[in-house]
Design a protein around this ligand. Structure first.
Ligand code: NAP
Ligand code: MG
Length: 498
């Protein structure tokens, strides 16, 4: 994940007269110093204003790299979720009728303001969630802005979403998002909703609400009419209240399959439209004719990007038996050179685990892997003494029945399985209740086409991994959910068409 250009800037450590490179490069610290402009306390954002919770209750948002409190976040009650829906419903009376080109102007403004404050937002995202600054700076922020830009372009072209038909907004939509890409998931949710003429009530995840509330400042600066977007913060009960509110014409949820199923049960028979983006256990499949160095980089990016807190992470490596030893040797070498530590350091590859709870979950699944007989390899790096960190880990000797091959770990842990034939690769890749994404590494174009048809996954990457674009729809099969986000297909989920 470190570019060669970056490696050439590395300053070797001096020990006496000699330069000591040893097995590892030593880097000087390169801390990001921009001010994240955090407030001590964040209130709810309802009807265009920040309002204190009636209960007076706040909860702490923690910096997972230190374990210390960053800010206090308001805990919404039922009456505040209701106030947010009523504000959104009032706003819909005007917003839903606004010509598309006028809605587009607001979306453009939001995108531009986000770009203006990108560095500040990137630091806030990294401090609140633990991801490396390099990722929030180079991925989360540019992608979030790109989603607003892309949907600004769609707002006056909705007739092309359904050529020959009519497209109208649905009304108020309720949205709940997870903690792994807080600002980006928010952009994925609100940009298409607003482009289509809907109004929004959204709940961010409890551990990562800060960039959502900072975005509320941008919405105010952009002059977005009051009530068009409302943010209510809190835990699962607030999320459940957002999903179940009678004024929600549609709900959109991104999170775990378990909670997604609970929401489906809760809303059965209500007639609300629903899209669910849930978990995954993706196969990243390496054939013997693949460019191996490139594939190893793709495997590393596939599982260690964002500490593996990625729904589409390539968490199951399927490697053809004839090249398995070669791939595993190179992977172990690569793991030893990943820099784990301070997420604000620009050289860091793997940052902090998002929360104490998530760290405990990763530890318990890794312990299950060892108990069930898989072979553990962990990068021998020094972990920081404070905060929540986990070593980049890989398991070999994994079989399909092991928990680490079946359950989503949502951490920097790769399970390696082998195969001999194309048919066996397809069979093993599809042997999962999930179906969000997959990767295929091969030199043969015909094999790529065969695999992408055979794999039951919403996204199949060929000779690359974790590539995203606002114009490209993203979503799952089976227990990974239904509905698409991004592209024309994503807009369809926010429109009534006839
Ligand atoms: P989670 O526990 O399902 O939480 C997701 C969101 O739902 C959070 O805002 C959470 O609030 C809220 N929530 C919890 N219980 C709820 C309920 N009963 N009703 C309504 N909302 C409720 O998932 P997570 O552990 O935070 O996130 C990781 C999961 O998200 C993984 O399984 C991952 O694969 C999935 N994910 C999927 C995609 C995708 O596009 N398919 C993208 C990213 C993540 P609190 O956080 O405050 O508890
Ligand atoms: Mg936090």
């Amino acid at each position: 994940m470190t570019s060669p250009a970056k490696q050439s800037r590395v300053t070797p450590r001096r020990a006496g007269p000699a330069l000591v490179f040893g097995d590892r490069w030593e880097y000087d610290p390169a801390p990001e110093t921009a001010d994240p402009k955090l407030q001590e306390r964040y209130d709810l954002f309802i009807d265009g204003r920040f309002v204190a919770p009636r209960s007076g209750k706040y909860f702490d948002s923690i910096n997972p790299a230190t374990g210390r409190k960053l800010a206090q976040i308001a805990l919404a009650g039922r009456s505040e979720v209701d106030a947010a829906y009523r504000a959104a419903n009032r706003a819909f009376g005007t917003w839903g009728k606004l010509p598309g080109r006028d809605r587009a102007k607001y979306l453009f403004r939001i995108a531009r303001l986000l770009q203006d404050r990108a560095r500040e937002f990137a630091v806030a995202e990294t401090m609140d969630g633990g991801k490396p600054i390099r990722e929030s700076r180079d991925f989360d922020l540019p992608m979030a802005a790109a989603h607003f830009f892309d949907h600004a372009g769609w707002a006056d072209k909705l007739e092309y979403v359904v050529p020959g038909g009519r497209a109208r907004p649905l009304g108020v939509v309720g949205q709940v998002i997870p903690w792994n890409f807080p600002l980006l998931m928010l952009a994925w949710k609100i940009a298409p909703a607003l482009a289509a003429g809907n109004c929004v009530v959204l709940k961010p995840a409890e551990t990562t609400s800060i960039t959502c509330l900072k975005l509320a400042e941008i919405l105010q600066d952009a002059g977005l009419p009051k009530g068009v977007v409302n943010f209510v913060t809190g835990g699962g009960e607030v999320g459940a209240a957002v999903m179940a509110h009678p004024l929600a014409a549609k709900v959109a949820f991104t999170g775990s399959t378990e909670v997604g199923k609970a929401i489906m049960r809760q809303l059965a028979g209500t007639g609300k439209r629903m899209t669910l983006e849930l978990g995954g256990k993706a196969a990243n499949i390496v054939f013997d004719d693949a460019p191996i160095d490139q594939a190893v980089e793709g495997i590393v990016n596939g599982i260690f990007f964002n500490q593996g807190h990625v729904c589409c992470a390539g968490s199951r490596l399927l490697v053809q038996e004839s090249v398995a030893d070669q791939v595993i040797t190179r992977l172990k070498f690569r793991l030893r050179h990943l820099r784990v530590g301070d997420p604000l350091d620009k050289n860091t590859d793997v940052g902090a685990i998002n929360s104490r709870e998530q760290l405990a979950k990763i530890r318990s699944l890794v312990a299950a892997g060892v108990r069930e007989g898989a072979d553990l390899y962990q990068a021998p790096c020094r972990l920081p003494t404070q905060g929540y960190f986990f070593r980049p880990t890989l398991f070999t000797g994994v079989t399909a029945s092991h928990r680490i091959a079946r359950e989503e770990i949502f951490g920097p842990v790769l399970s390696v399985l082998t195969f001999r034939t194309v048919e066996e690769a397809i069979e093993k890749a599809n042997n999962t209740p999930y179906g969000l994404s997959a990767g295929v590494w091969t030199d043969k174009g015909s094999r790529i086409l065969k695999m992408s048809n055979a794999l039951k996954a919403g996204v199949v990457w060929a000779n690359t991994y974790n590539k995203f674009d606002p114009a490209s729809p993203f979503g799952g099969y089976k227990e990974s959910g239904f509905g698409r986000e991004g592209g024309r297909q994503g807009l369809l989920d926010y429109l009534q068409t006839d």
